[in-house]
Design a protein around this ligand. Sequence first.
Ligand SMILES: Cc1ncc(COP(=O)(O)O)c(C=O)c1O
Length: 394
Amino acid sequence: MFDTLSPLPIDPILGISKMAAADKSPRKIDLGVGIYKDDHGATPIMRAVKSAETFCLQEEETKKYVGVNGNAQFNDLMLDMLLGDMAGKELFATTQGAGGSGALRLGAEIIKAANAQAVVWAPTPTWGNHTPLMSSAGLTIKQYPYYSKQTLNVDFDAMRDFLRATPKRGDIVLLHGCCHNPTGADLSNEQWDIIADLLTEQGLIGFVDLAYFGLGLGLDKDMYGLRKLAATQDEMLIAASCSKNFGLYRERTGLIAVKTKSAENAILTKQHIGKIMRRMISMPPNHGAAIVARILSDQSLTADWKSELEDMRLRMSGLRKDLAAALSVQGAETMAEALARQSGMFSMLPISPEQAGTLRSEHSVYLLDSGRINIAGVSAARIDDLANSILAVL
Ligand SMILES: Cc1ncc(COP(=O)(O)O)c(C=O)c1O
């Protein structure tokens, strides 16, 4: 039976990671996969995570199932952090997801259950897993204009005009809350305000994917858009990931939060999400959620987590500025300016797949064919080497 399965194309990101791993050159700079790296190229466990994990191991008394909606304390504390001091938290149906991806999938499933006709509109470009995640729930996913390859910035007029004209009432608009993957180009606060009004006017439902909060402009600033929609929309969804900002990648920790029109409807929606969970994996795992709950329920652990997160953020924004300065030469000004303006882990260099190939084969600089780089992949000492390699292929 299984010999009927056809060969799969190589995943572009994993393929490039493999190439990078095989390259033993001391000049190697690996800007491929989207994980945070420190100046030594390591992805260490965060201090607060290590401490919370130790406490959890000492304190836990049972390994009973956590229930279909996951760790309740995690769900509550995450929602509190996401919404800040906003009133109306009882309008949100929350459930723990297996990472941001699991949260997105639960979101897609609950949309499908409520309105199977809804089309999900995603930005062009978007994270490569959005389409598979949404479409495997049976939803149609289409794209709206977002990024201009000329200005290397959000083409806001095109985005706004398209969203005003094309999606139908009840459709879903997927928005990256911050640190847009793959471009690093985010909406300004004023643009979020306009999008919030537009969603209301057009009867569209915002779905905010928040995978990098704390790593862009800062924890609260990165949540401006999400909070704007949460405060102004009758209904909206949030998928939050704890992979990057808590460094819990392999523990698969995330949250789906769905804003509904009433507290009663939130309870019902939560039951439906629980039923979806039961059908898919029965119950989510506890470990990562317990760690996050332990951190967020302890003031000193929270303070330590925030401080380390801020150091990670500052390392990446410092690298961006240094790379931009090193690239500020004739012919590369637009790219340099964009790198400095964009935020988070990613930017998309305006280069061709052939130039990306040359960077890999002749300079041992590993990035995606699209030009996407993970800025955390370079050490401060290698910024000039990286800039020279990029300039050499332009
Ligand atoms: C935009 C975006 N959303 C969601 C995710 C999901 O992350 P995870 O499932 O690892 O928590 C990622 C991960 O790279 C991402 O880039």
